[in-house]
Design a protein around this ligand. Structure first.
Ligand SMILES: [Zn+2]
Length: 177
């Protein structure tokens, strides 16, 4: 028996953002930007009525939520221990090892709960959000992967094999949640 997988990689699943990565020790990249591209792949059982793994429209919509949060913004990793962020008025100040390094208009910042804005960590952040949103919507998925292309031909991905959940159709009919 084979498995079904669907992948979406569309022109509007792209985001243009500025970022910098903290490197080993006291080295830090300078601020620069990328045109990122996101692709999502999911695997799961075929819906017996519609005969798809998931409605493409729903998949696109859910991934788009995360793309929209970061598009045209400066990506700031709130869990990076070398960085500290301070918001004052309309400005967000960024300190690197206690030294003020950048200041940005707060409305142009995307504060992401990750430790560094590598393509890997961005992929994981999107994947977890998309997974939780799809599952909350009742999707039965066994695998999910997010790819983030930082520049042409340079891609990081994060994937998860998801344990199947018992639902009322296949589970014990007497069991309650
Ligand atoms: Zn970069």
């Amino acid at each position: 028996m084979g498995t079904f997988r669907v992948t979406v990689s569309k022109d509007y699943l792209v985001f243009s953002s500025a970022h910098f990565i903290t490197l080993r020790g006291h080295t830090c990249e300078s601020l620069h930007g990328h045109n990122y591209r996101v692709a999502v792949t999911v695997e799961g059982p075929i819906d017996s009525e519609c005969l798809f793994v998931i409605d493409f429209a729903i998949l696109k919509q859910v991934v788009r939520r995360y793309v929209d949060q970061v598009d045209h913004r400066v990506l700031l990793p709130t869990r990076n221990s070398k960085l500290a962020f301070r918001e004052e008025g309309d400005t967000t100040y960024v300190e690197y090892f206690g030294v003020q390094t950048y200041q940005f208009p707060t409305r142009d910042c995307a504060m992401i709960p990750i430790a560094n804005t590598t393509a890997e960590m961005i992929a994981e952040w999107i994947a977890i959000g998309v997974r939780d949103d799809l599952r909350a919507g009742g999707a039965q998925l066994s695998f999910l992967q997010i790819e983030v292309e930082e520049s042409f031909g340079q891609v990081a991905s994060y994937s998860e094999t998801l344990p199947s959940r018992t639902d009322h159709k296949t589970g014990d009919p007497d069991a309650n949640e």
